[in-house]
Design a protein around this ligand. Sequence first.
Ligand code: NDP
Ligand code: MG
Length: 381
Amino acid sequence: MSKKIAILGSTGSIGTQALEIVRANPDVTVTALAAGSNVELIEKQIREFRPEIAALWDEESAKKLALAVADLPVKVLSGMDGLLEIARHEATDSLLTAVVGMIGIRPTLAAIEAGKDILLANKETLVTAGHLIMPLAQQKGVKILPVDSEHSAIFQSMQGQDKQAIEKILITCSGGPFRGRQKAELKEMTVEDALKHPNWAMGKKITVDCSTLVNKGLEVMEAKWLFDVDYDDIQVVVHPQSIIHSMVQYRDGAVMAQLGLPDMKLPIQYAMFYPYRRPMEGKRLDFFELGTMTFEPANTDNFPGLALALKAGRTGGSMPTVFNAANERAVALFIKGKIKFLEVAELIERCMDEHRVVENPDLEQILAAEAEAYEIIERLK
Ligand code: NDP
Ligand code: MG
């Protein structure tokens, strides 16, 4: 069964791993590629995978790219129009959304409207617009297939099971590089410290989100939308070895889990070929080498980012957008060395405190809430 896929964010951590999978599965066609401004890498990708369309967000970079690939029959676009055209591209059957941040909302909605299945890595989209995306997907009969490793594990643990029999979702969390640290120590943590994830190699923004536990908070909200569960029925379980990627508990007490060595290629590939499991090279889990697996509760006092996420999720409406936008901006400031580690959560909290919730926001209202959070941070910094 051949596949025709388009990738938004092809030059990033998820995008490049997805292309490695395409390379190993020659029956997959890449119809379109998009990225932010990385001309050099996307040019290489275009030469290797020969998409019909490519886009760079940044207009100047798109112009450079158009010149660089002038010898090929590829159409080069830029900006949101470019992303939207790629999302709707006739020849595509699945769109991998692997851009970082809320920029993914409009292309994801456009692709669903056009009947494309979504391989969803871009969690910020679902966190802020899940109430628009999930009903639209249902109405259009398209699949939203999770790429995030925890959600893929949950999805895999639900195959062949009765959805009504689900009691609880257990979402695992490595605890990040600062697990066990006290507030006094956390105050002094630098960007380099935050970028040292114990088990996973990922893009910068998500790696910082793992160190604050904001990533886990976003993932709880993502799970709520993907699997239609209440916040009371989702529990975070810190599991430092990152071998159990998440679990589902059923009403007879059975717990189903998906285990494996930490490697994003498995969840990307599972989403790409669902419901088929294709072979994949690589190291296998050796239980004797592993020896032990450990578990502990998450410490929301020292890592308030998780507690704030849960509060935003339970409040609902436009609050998850404010949480997410404030975090995006605060993390960017932290990466630039402009604020300290603990200030990330402080800024999120200030934005949430100032925000007046809009129930059931439409796209405009979501973007307005995003802009409001950016303004508050601008004022505070
Ligand atoms: P990266 O930072 O590695 O890559 C981001 C990609 O998005 C790059 O291709 C970048 O292009 C592109 N991009 C950035 N801004 C724009 C824009 N305005 N328009 C078009 N493209 C843009 O991120 P990750 O791959 O780590 O993460 C992608 C998403 O997947 C995130 O939502 C993350 O939370 C999620 N995710 C990632 C995991 C991982 O292992 N990395 C695991 C689970 C989820 P350029 O290179 O040109 O800047
Ligand atoms: Mg994850």
